[in-house]
Write a protein that binds this ligand. Structure first.
Ligand SMILES: NC(=O)c1ccc[n+]([C@@H]2O[C@H](COP(=O)([O-])OP(=O)(O)OC[C@H]3O[C@@H](n4cnc5c(N)ncnc54)[C@H](O)[C@@H]3O)[C@@H](O)[C@H]2O)c1
Length: 376
C-alpha cells in the first residue's frame, strides 16, 4: 500500500481539512501510514490538539491552523496537492447548532474554498457528507438515489441543508470538469477520539454508564441507528479516494447492522457492568426515526464493507472513554500542577469546543452538555 502514496519518486501530499477532529485525525494516521505527506488544516472549533500529539514530530506531518470559511493561506495553492479531504465541520448537533450561521458557511463557503483549491492544484477532492442529507427518511434502508426528507428551516437545517448544498457544489464542480470529486455519505461512526461532551448517542451512553449517571434515552428508545466503527469508515474513505473514476453519485459509507437506541444502551450497560438506570426524555425536534445505509454501491465500487463487530467496537470505545475520564479527573486535581506531564494534561483540559471560533454565547460544555444528544 505504501507505494500508492508515492508518485514520480515523491510522497503524495494530501490536505485533510478537519484533521484535528475525531474522524480527521484517524484519516491523518491512515494516510501517514501509507507513506503520504499530510497537511492538516483545522480551526480547532471541535477538534483537539491531543488527537494529533503523536504526529507532532513526524516530518511528513504539518499542522495549519485556519478556518475554511476564511480565504485559505495563499501558500497552499503553490503546493502540489494530490488530494484534498474535506472533513471540516462540527458534526454533533449541540456543536453545529451552537453557531448555525457558521456551520452553514463552513459547509457552503468552506467547501467552495477547498474545491477552488482542488481546482487550482489539480487535487482529487473527497467530501465528507452525511446521512443527515436523508433527514427523517421515508425510504428504508437509505439508498443513494433517495433525495431525502429534510426540514429546511428547523434547528438541524444549518447542518443538513449545508451538507446538501455542499454536495450540490461538489457535483457542479465535477460536471464542469473543475475538480475530480468523490462524496462519502457517512452514517453514524464511533470509536476512540470522540469527545465525551459531543452529545452523540454513543459517547453519551458510554460516559453516563461509566460515571454511574442516569442514561438518558430520548423518545421511547425505539428509534434505530447503524453504528460503524471508525477504522472501517476510514478504510472506506481511503478506498473512495483511490477510485480511479468518479462514482455516479455520492456513496453511502456506514454499517448496515441496525439496532435501536434502547438496545445500544443495554449492550453498553452489560459491557461496562454499570448500575446506571435508564431515564426517558422527549425526542428532540426533527430527530430521525430510522437510519440504516444501503451499502450495495460501496460494496460494488469499492469492494468495501464494515468488518468490526459492534461488541468489539464498543469495548475499544469504552476503554477509550474510561481513560479520558481518568485523565480528566487527574487534571482536576490541583496537586497535579507540579507533576511531570501536567502541561500536556492541562492542554487536554483546555481543549473545549467553544473557546475559539464558535461565535454563539449560548454554548457551554460540561456535564449538562453530556446529557444533550443527537446522532450524526
Ligand atoms: N462522526 C460521524 O458519525 C459523522 C457522520 C456523518 C458525517 N460526518 C462528517 O465527517 C466530518 C468529521 O466529523 P467528526 O465526527 O470527525 O467531527 P469533529 O467535530 O470531531 O471534526 C470536525 C473537525 O472540523 C474542524 N472544523 C469545524 N469547522 C471548521 C472550519 N470552519 N474550519 C476549519 N476547521 C473546522 C473541527 O475543529 C474538527 O477538528 C464532518 O464533516 C462531519 O459532517 C461525521
Amino acid at each position: 500500500m505504501r507505494g500508492e502514496q508515492v508518485r514520480n519518486g515523491r510522497h503524495k501530499t494530501v490536505l485533510v481539512a478537519g484533521g484535528a477532529g475525531f474522524l480527521g485525525s484517524h484519516l491523518c494516521d491512515a494516510l501517514l501510514a501509507e507513506g503520504a505527506e499530510v497537511l492538516c488544516l483545522d480551526s480547532f472549533l471541535t477538534g483537539r490538539r491531543q488527537n494529533l500529539r503523536h504526529l507532532e514530530r513526524d516530518p511528513r506531518f504539518t499542522l495549519i491552523e485556519a478556518d475554511i470559511t476564511d480565504p485559505l493561506p495563499p501558500s497552499l495553492a503553490k503546493i502540489h496537492l494530490d488530494a484534498v479531504f474535506n472533513l471540516a465541520c462540527a458534526a454533533s448537533p449541540p456543536h453545529y447548532q451552537a453557531d448555525p450561521e457558521h456551520t452553514l458557511l463552513t459547509c457552503v463557503l468552506g467547501t467552495r474554498n477547498l474545491l477552488r483549491l482542488a481546482e487550482s492544484t489539480g487535487a482529487r477532492f473527497v467530501q465528507a457528507s452525511t446521512s443527515e442529507v436523508y433527514g427523517d427518511p421515508e425510504v428504508h434502508p437509505q439508498i443513494e438515489s433517495y433525495w431525502g426528507n429534510v426540514n429546511p428551516t428547523g434547528p438541524r437545517a444549518c447542518y443538513d441543508e449545508g451538507k446538501r448544498a455542499a454536495e450540490t457544489l461538489c457535483f457542479d464542480y465535477l460536471r464542469a470538469g473543475r475538480a475530480d470529486v468523490r462524496v462519502a455519505r457517512i452514517f453514524n461512526t464511533y470509536g476512540p477520539r470522540m469527545r465525551a461532551d459531543d452529545g452523540r448517542v454513543v459517547s453519551n451512553i458510554i460516559t453516563q454508564a461509566l460515571s454511574g449517571a442516569d442514561i438518558t434515552l430520548y423518545g421511547d428508545g425505539t428509534q434505530t441507528r447503524s453504528f460503524c466503527y471508525v477504522s472501517d469508515l476510514i478504510e472506506g474513505m481511503m478506498r473512495l479516494r483511490a477510485l480511479a473514476t468518479p462514482a455516479p453519485s455520492a456513496v453511502n459509507l456506514g454499517n448496515p447492522v441496525e439496532l435501536n437506541v434502547a438496545e445500544l444502551a443495554e449492550r453498553v450497560l452489560t459491557l461496562t457492568g454499570s448500575s446506571s438506570t435508564i431515564v426517558r426524555r422527549p425526542l428532540p425536534v426533527d430527530d430521525p426515526r430510522r437510519r440504516r445505509p444501503d451499502i450495495s454501491m460501496a460494496r460494488r465500487l469499492l469492494g468495501w464493507q464494515p468488518r468490526v463487530p459492534l461488541e468489539a467496537g464498543l469495548k475499544a470505545s469504552i476503554a477509550w472513554f474510561a481513560e479520558e475520564m481518568r485523565m480528566a479527573e487527574y487534571v482536576r486535581t490541583p496537586a497535579n500542577d507540579d507533576q511531570p506531564g501536567a502541561a500536556v494534561l492541562v492542554g487536554l483540559a483546555e481543549d473545549t469546543p467553544q473557546r475559539r471560533s464558535t461565535r454563539s454565547a449560548g454554548y457551554a460544555p460540561g456535564p449538562q452538555r453530556m446529557a444533550r444528544r443527537g446522532e450524526d
